[in-house]
Design a protein. Structure first.
Length: 75
């Protein structure tokens, strides 16, 4: 089982965030097969509380289950 990247959190991760520093874009995606150092994996609780840092844009790369508030944050 993959656990949330947040320190002290034991919840199961269900989303991955990849920070693209060159373009200041955060890719939101399903969990990847391999955990990589620059990819954050969050549980549902921390994902719901996640907000992009100032100056960053969110790019949801999942096809189907898009969360409404992602668009609000990205806009
Ligand atoms: Zn968590």
């Amino acid at each position: 089982m993959r656990s949330c990247t947040r320190s002290g959190c034991q919840e199961k991760a269900h989303i991955s965030l990849a920070f693209q520093y060159a373009t200041s874009v955060i890719w939101i995606d399903h969990l990847h097969d391999q955990r990589e150092s620059h990819i954050y994996e969050l549980c549902s609780k921390h994902w719901q509380r996640f907000a992009a840092p100032t100056g960053w844009n969110l790019d949801d790369r999942r096809r189907a289950d898009v969360l409404p508030f992602v668009h609000r944050l990205a806009g």
